[in-house]
Design a binder for this molecule. Sequence first.
Ligand SMILES: NC(=O)c1ccc[n+]([C@@H]2O[C@H](COP(=O)([O-])OP(=O)(O)OC[C@H]3O[C@@H](n4cnc5c(N)ncnc54)[C@H](O)[C@@H]3O)[C@@H](O)[C@H]2O)c1
Ligand SMILES: [Fe+2]
Length: 382
Amino acid sequence: MKEFHINTEIFFGENALDRLSMLPYDKVLIISDPFVVSSGMISLLTARLDKAHIDYSLFTDVVPDPPVEKVISGVATVTRLKPPCIICVGGGSAIDTAKAVKKFTKQFDDKYDPRLIAIPTTSGTGSEVTRFAVITNPAEGRKYPLVDEDLLPDEAILDEVLVKSVPASVTADTGMDVMTHAIEAYVSTDNNEFSGALAEKAVEISGQFLIRSFSSCDDTHARRKMHIASCLAGLAFNSASLGLNHGMAHQLGARFHIPHGRANAILLPYIIEYNSGITLAGRSQREYPSCVRKYCNLARILGVSNMNEVTTIRALISYLHFMNAEMGIPSKVSEACPKLTEAEYMNALGDMASAALVDGCTPTNPRTPSKEDIIEIYKKIW
Ligand SMILES: NC(=O)c1ccc[n+]([C@@H]2O[C@H](COP(=O)([O-])OP(=O)(O)OC[C@H]3O[C@@H](n4cnc5c(N)ncnc54)[C@H](O)[C@@H]3O)[C@@H](O)[C@H]2O)c1
Ligand SMILES: [Fe+2]
């Protein structure tokens, strides 16, 4: 038996933030990215809470790739305040921090069950609708995707006014995270018709609007579309999970601090080559795995389908390289981390491959990788 459900209520479109004036609480805790406070963006939330006479406290101690220690300090704050509602606002790092804080606080007090409202300020992770939270252990140089129904936000608010300020490079990275979520969910071994429909729409919107959204922060229409695509892709992988691309990207983020979406973007064309068995230059074989048909569907949606399956996959891989290049995303790790030496990188590959092999995202990859396969892909992206 399979199961599909969407537990998160979604408020979206112009003035979606007005939802905050309707909350039935007298106090809330806001967990936010420090940028949201320093930029003054926080007033878009607090003005609505003030209007509804809702008191608020702030926890702004969030950093990218949230480490365990920030989650622990968040748990201490929530345990002290016990707010009936937690609002998290920021990129995936802020939302993941709040999700983990809520889950661990509940473990200490099973009667405490606050409502969690997620408000993304980047269009990328889809974390506002997923039961995933990615936490980093800096001592080990590893990222751990936690997967638990308790991590699911109760509400998500998608208001494009919050993504207007996202700089071009972050728009590019996070947008390719959306594309990777949709593609990985679509070919995952746990994919189903519901997740497939959501992933197809996310790919269609990303193909049409990501480069536009990257090109101008004033293109509100494109930014609204990408904000919705991010959520659609989140819903898709919440059901179907992800694959090796994320399993390997987590190690690049934890070790070398390559932004999450950028690590995915660098890997994506190589993962499609690996999963399909079709490379840009290699000779054709007689038979290809079943994910090839699925990749071809996505190529058609992106408008790059070609004469046959082999040329279509090659066109898809080339198109993804083109998208990266068009948005200034480095094509190799050596470009993304200019201070990293080749020897340092090569020395780390064994441990990184072992960690990618047991990463929570890897088991649903359409092709089961060996440690040697993973090392080979890591070498290709150097
Ligand atoms: N939970 C999930 O389902 C899931 C899925 C994919 C990735 N992740 C995780 O999410 C994290 C990445 O999240 P992200 O890509 O959103 O990046 P992020 O949250 O780390 O933010 C990236 C940068 O953008 C800034 N920023 C955020 N909103 C902004 C705005 N509106 N204007 C200007 N700057 C802004 C932040 O301050 C930060 O410096 C990683 O830890 C990744 O592993 C989680
Ligand atoms: Fe991701």
